[in-house]
Design a protein around this ligand. Sequence first.
Ligand SMILES: [Zn+2]
Length: 165
Amino acid sequence: MHDFIDKFLLESKKNTHITQNIDGFHYSKRLSSQIFELHGSVGSAHCLNCKTVYDPDFFFKNHVQSTGSCLCPNCKAGLVKVSTISFGQKLDEEILRKSFLAASRCDVLICMGTSLMVSPANSIPKISRKSNSKVVILNKEATPFDNEADLVINGDLEKIYEKIK
Ligand SMILES: [Zn+2]
């Protein structure tokens, strides 16, 4: 499976969307991009023991409300938790690896709405730059990476988007 994903990333010119958002708002039928959610998503839940994935709404309505328990019905040993990364919890290494690989293979990296202050996501533009990709930063304020970027536009993202779409 990893080989297939790596091959896809190496050969595809498809858009890749790497996000620290957990709200799932970046999902759109208009986007054909693959999405790597570094901090997880509220759109799914999983068992901390056996890793079984659940729809959070379905699990709450059909399990938590009737049993009063967040215990996994599959393994009966782990708690089911919404699939977001909590403070102090490690990021998913596979998602991080795929994100870094995509960053090293892109033609253009566009960093939108990020201060580039939070590690390890802030190493993504460095990886792209090392791979001779163009780096564009669109953010309200300056970032520590601005001097190395090919293009920096500071301003309100909605206004920037209106001008470039
Ligand atoms: Zn389980």
